[in-house]
Design a binder for this molecule. Structure first.
Ligand code: AMP
Length: 234
């Protein structure tokens, strides 16, 4: 994909409710742009699997569909972004999720002189519940399938690496409803926050996965073109 000659790091935050397709689209965008995909949910699940102190702490919140405290999450992201592969930027999925996280993240971006684009993937609530409750994830690399919309060739087996597919603990119907409420209360205010900064791009996420990917790539390209024109004008 064509990029601008702008050398500043590029950070893309995928905003949207649980089940909007952030994980799937973040992986595709990361590949298209050659940037790392950073999912705070994946990092917490990785810690949980290894039973680290952070994993055990996060589990108390994740099992209920609640948010892990801001200080813990912000420090974890700060450490992740300090690694070499995030020098040119990253695709963030699941962070920031609160205003406090967004403000801490803004300071990290300012330190780096980075550019930010925030695609907001919109999906109606009734679709979210159906998507999350039919979701299956591969143990090895987190590839995401859906029993109806994106079934694996062989049930229970990942098409890409042959590993076992599992359903997330927090994809149970009661927890899903709670996660959607938490999203509305804590994360939805970030839509206005980023709209006011002029970095929000709205994407219709209620259509086939490939169409959403193309819309995202177009939106990122447009935003980059506009920014490079704006900086040339400045
Ligand atoms: P996800 O995979 O993005 O749906 O995240 C799964 C769970 O991890 C969430 O329900 C939270 O408990 C926790 N989590 C992930 N990202 C964050 C975040 N930015 N802030 C707080 N908790 C988070």
């Amino acid at each position: 994909m064509a990029t601008t000659t702008d050398e500043r790091p590029l950070f893309i935050v995928l905003l949207g409710p649980p089940g909007a397709g952030k994980g799937t689209q973040a992986k595709r965008l990361a590949e298209a742009l050659g940037l790392p995909h950073i999912s705070t949910g994946d990092i917490f699940r990785e810690h949980l699997k290894k039973q680290t102190p952070l994993g055990r702490l996060a589990q108390q919140y994740m099992d209920r569909g609640a948010l892990v405290p801001d200080e813990v999450t912000i420090e974890m992201v700060r450490e992740r972004l300090s690694r070499d592969d995030a020098r040119r930027g990253a695709i963030l999925d699941g962070f920031p999720r609160t205003l406090a996280q967004a403000e801490a993240f803004a300071a990290m971006l300012a330190e780096r002189g980075a550019r930010l684009i925030v695609p907001y993937i919109r999906v109606p609530e009734e679709v979210l519940v159906e998507r999350l409750s039919g979701r299956w994830i591969c143990r090895a690399h987190g590839h995401i399938f859906h029993e109806k919309y994106n079934p694996p060739k062989q049930p229970g087996v990942c098409d890409y690496d042959g590993s076992e597919l599992y359903q997330r603990e927090d994809d149970k119907p009661e927890t899903i409803q709670h996660r959607i409420r938490v999203y509305e209360e804590e994360t939805a205010p970030l839509i206005e926050y980023y709209r006011n900064q002029g970095v929000l791009v709205e994407i219709d996420g209620n259509r086939p996965m490939d169409e959403v990917t193309w819309a995202l790539i177009d939106a990122v390209q447009d935003a980059l073109n506009q920014k490079s024109t704006a900086s040339e004008d400045a």
